[in-house]
Design a protein around this ligand. Sequence first.
Ligand code: ATP
Ligand code: MG
Length: 327
Amino acid sequence: MKKIILTGDRPSGALHLGHYVGSLKNRVQMQNEFQTYIIIANLQAMTDYFDRPEQIRENINSLVKDYIACGIDPNVSTIFVQSKVKALPIMTMYFMNLVSLARVRRNPTVKEELERKEFKNNVNCGFVCYPISQAADILAFDADIVPVGKDQKPMIEQTNEIVDSFNFLYKDDVFKKCKAVFGQTAKLMGIDGKAKASKSLGNAISLSDTEEILKQKVFSMYTDPMHLKVQDPGRVEGNMVFHYLDAFYDEVKTRELREHYEKGGLGDMVLKKLLFDVLQEFLEPIRQKRKNVTQDDIDGILFQGNKRANEKADSVLERMERSMKFD
Ligand code: ATP
Ligand code: MG
């Protein structure tokens, strides 16, 4: 039997280059070898976008377009919407009893997001508990492998702790542990160099950005603020142009450029122009494929995907409830 992959995104905005190198590229490469479920996590997005459901709805369509444009084959991979799989919130409710509040608050990614989103003391229960709902997303599909970016490592650890607690309490072999698989660039930084590229922070290059927007973003990238004259030596650490070249350009050529920049004599504008060309070449075919995806295509893909996802998640919930004598 094929091993199972569960992976996905929050429909909180357009997919960006971080998604591509962090997880999407792996998904495309692995989809034929593994049985792949891709969750569009709208319930999770609602934990911080609860006042904007229309926007989330629109983003769901946009995510499907991005997936298809990047090479996800909906006949091979199951793309589905989280809120359409009713077993998920039920499983989440069971799992919530197995995790302490202190444990969720210790989660470093949640901590960072709490600070960044400025919830202050007013954070809603849904938000702090989203790692538990994410554990349900993973466990409802018996996932062996979860391709994610580095920020999701604590979520996988949390999921495996829930597996241990559940199996210990109710029955030994109901759930199995899963493994995170990180992309080659497991954390692509934003163009400002301050935090990881993120839909919510507006610091990312989207897969659907036009050529013009791409140009503006690349030319406003954070480099070395002390590198004022071309002949001066420049710093490559924290320099976003090199960070993106590392992720998208030839390794040997990037190394040569890095040495040249550190020595002096290589200007930021030349590098930015090169990076723009590299990214333009990468994004143009994605933009073209994206254009051809119709609303009918999207509706059909999600209808089929939701159906397949429900069949699997219902059977896992049944197994789970049997072990708790709730069948
Ligand atoms: P939001 O800001 O709304 O949380 P996001 O940009 O963090 O959006 P998610 O939908 O939360 O995107 O993440 C989807 C997947 O993409 C996860 O596996 C996550 O780890 C990965 N990912 C997100 N941003 C990056 C990044 N900058 N580099 C590598 N992987 C990333
Ligand atoms: Mg995120």
